[in-house]
Ligand binder design. Structure first.
Ligand SMILES: [Mg+2]
Length: 122
């Protein structure tokens, strides 16, 4: 299996623990790769253990991880990630969805207020 392991809030939460898991699975013939949404120049503070236990580390630069890795010809069998939504959606897409939702909620609440005001004046 190819196992893609996230860094932030996954590996970073327990580097020794995940390194142990990664080495155990690598020892069984599986390929462990790192995949983070960070930009390649955002390595400050990253544990060096991550690079040691992952055969490759991919920086998707906020692009959805599955699409990013597919563009590199890498198709993981298993994902270890605290944010599965970032596997299929880019950070930008999710932000736009959130803004759209908030805009819709605001306009519905304004419409509701108008309706209520209308009822009160009748
Ligand atoms: Mg994460």
């Amino acid at each position: 299996m190819i196992i893609a392991m996230d860094y932030d809030d996954t590996f970073s939460k327990d580097p020794d623990g995940w390194a142990h898991v990664a080495r155990a699975m690598a020892g069984r013939g599986h390929k462990i790769i790192g995949c983070t949404m960070r930009y390649p120049d955002e390595t400050d503070g990253m544990s060096t253990l991550y690079g040691e236990v992952c055969e490759q580390v991919h920086f998707s630069s906020r692009v959805a991880k599955r699409d990013y890795l597919a563009s590199k010809g890498v198709v993981p069998d298993v994902w270890i990630d605290d944010r599965p939504d970032f596997i299929v959606s880019s950070a930008r897409d999710l932000r736009q969805e959130q803004e759209e939702f908030e805009r819709m909620e605001k306009s519905q609440s304004e419409a509701s207020r108008e309706y209520t005001r209308g009822k009160l004046t009748i």
